[in-house]
Design a protein around this ligand. Structure first.
Ligand SMILES: [Zn+2]
Length: 317
């Protein structure tokens, strides 16, 4: 039996992690390198000569030419955090290298922080992943289906609009003659034609062949300019259709990942973040060793996120 490429890849071992990110100085150097890969350039005078200094726990850069000062963490999701960078890096390591998702409760134990702190770390990291993945585009052969979390394809409360269920659309770009899952795009979405059309326009690009189960809302794909469609037919039969294998594999993976880690928590309120975390991790599954730097770039690209905004997912932060 061939080995599983994802499971047997080396990743970033804890030993390597400790060699690279054990101290505050190492973490600050990693942030500076990620933030200014070509070196710091003064936004006021474009000067490149800076010196570094500390004020309290914060590291700063000051332009020698004009005196402009800039905190290393200003303008990023780290900005208002009182936690040492070393804790953030350890959280990124735990989240990026675990086989399955890591819940805030597990972070609390591993990091030795309070539950509210662990929750905040987890949600800020997930929010940065959501922002990073929000423009993901798929092309080629794409299987697309809708489903609910909190309910199953068949069973649960009747009706597609049942309460307490999170409706979402899952699109899977496949690869090779066996149509294996390659990249995914998953989004909480009301099953309305306009919403699905917008999803298709934003996330699917030509050349494109869409495989769908022919639900009425997926006529939206045609409206969005997708002409090459394979319709498998709706209902439970579509779940077993060979043309629909990749999307069904991913639906299974997604439900296992969510149910296994987050069953005790209010999933529905923060569903876009949990779905984005799944998408972020899956789309980088062959590059586990690079996932921590990828998370770092995502968090540096995200704007500062006040506590109220983290707790109010309807207001993107
Ligand atoms: Zn300057």
């Amino acid at each position: 039996m061939p080995i599983n490429r994802v499971q047997f890849q080396p990743g970033l071992s804890m030993f390597e992690f400790m060699q690279r990110y054990a101290t505050l100085a190492q973490c600050e150097a990693a942030v500076a390198a990620a933030r200014w890969p070509d070196g710091f350039v003064c936004p006021r005078c474009q000067g490149r000569v800076v010196w570094s200094f500390r004020r309290g726990a914060q590291a700063y850069r000051e332009c020698v030419g004009c005196g402009y000062q800039c905190s290393l963490l200003a303008g990023t999701l780290f900005q208002s955090s009182k936690l040492p960078l070393t804790v953030w890096f350890m959280a990124m390591q735990l989240l990026s290298q675990a086989k399955n998702n890591v819940a805030a409760l597990e972070l609390m134990r591993q990091l030795g922080v309070s539950y509210p702190t662990a929750w905040l770390i987890k949600h800020k990291l997930m929010e940065s992943m959501r922002l990073r993945e929000q423009d993901r585009q798929l092309h080629g052969r794409v299987e697309i289906d809708d489903a609910y979390l909190g309910g199953e394809r068949s069973g649960g409360k009747p009706g597609r609009g049942s309460e307490n269920k999170v409706p979402f659309v899952l699109a899977v770009q496949t690869i090779g003659p066996k149509n294996k899952p390659h990249q995914v795009c998953v989004q909480q979405l009301p099953f309305r034609k306009e919403a699905v059309a917008e999803f298709c326009t934003r996330h699917l690009v030509r050349p494109l062949t869409v495989v769908s189960d022919g639900l009425s809302c997926f006529t939206a794909a045609a409206d969005a300019g997708v002409h090459d469609r394979i319709v498998t037919g709706g209902g439970s039969a579509s779940a077993k259709h060979p043309e629909f294998q990749a999307v069904n594999i991913m639906l299974g993976n997604l439900k296992t990942a969510i149910a296994g880690t987050y069953h005790a928590f209010r999933f529905a309120k923060y569903a876009p973040r949990y779905l984005a975390e799944f998408q972020f991790r899956f789309n980088r599954r062959y590059r586990m060793a690079e996932m921590l730097p990828a998370m770092l770039r995502a968090i540096l690209a995200a704007s500062p996120c006040p506590l109220a905004a983290v707790r109010t997912p309807e207001v993107p932060c």
